[in-house]
Design a binder for this molecule. Sequence first.
Ligand SMILES: CC(C)(COP(=O)(O)OP(=O)(O)OC[C@H]1O[C@@H](n2cnc3c(N)ncnc32)[C@H](O)[C@@H]1OP(=O)(O)O)[C@@H](O)C(=O)NCCC(=O)NCCS
Length: 177
Amino acid sequence: MVTFQLKTCRLRPWREGDVESLARYASNRLIWNNVRDFFPYPYTPRDAHSWVRSNKSYQQPNNLAIEVDGQAVGNIGFTVKDDIYRYNAEIGYWLGEPYWGRGIMSEAVPVMTDYIFGNFQVNRLFACVLEGNIGSMKVLESAGFRHEAIHKKAAVKNNQYLDEHIFALLRSEFRGL
Ligand SMILES: CC(C)(COP(=O)(O)OP(=O)(O)OC[C@H]1O[C@@H](n2cnc3c(N)ncnc32)[C@H](O)[C@@H]1OP(=O)(O)O)[C@@H](O)C(=O)NCCC(=O)NCCS
């Protein structure tokens, strides 16, 4: 089973017992404001159940739960693109609000990056950050991602057009852990 024990948290596969804490920490407007609209808000136990069901029990999962004090309080994962973009993967993550600012994601992103480049045919890893999300930009910069582009007003959130910041890291640029 893929598990990484870090100083601030543990990254491990999602499991059935996570439904309650997932619904509790994911259901947060401040999280929803910074992620895609397909991320539910409110995030119900039913949403949590279907997330766990589709992400548990893979040999090499794309999504790992972020566990703190025995509870799943966030997610870090990636999706591989297709067609001519098939060597690209998009990394994404969120953390329950009570756990922000403890350095958890700064520790988790490099570990996830190492897991992806070490186990999947990915040549370019990228992330899309909505304007104003300084915490996420800092996390990516400290993990070695380049601030590659700003897609002006590319996204819409809460009926407002927002700039989208693209961060990227090539396999050849990754220095390892
Ligand atoms: C963005 C997020 C993942 C950051 O995780 P985190 O574990 O709190 O981040 P860290 O504690 O590792 O902080 C990283 C850096 O950002 C800074 N930071 C964190 N939150 C910040 C904020 N709201 N405003 C300004 N700086 C912030 C920290 O001080 C730290 O700075 P440093 O590197 O200079 O010490 C978390 O706030 C979150 O889940 N937000 C909602 C969902 C989201 O935005 N997901 C990412 C979508 S791209």
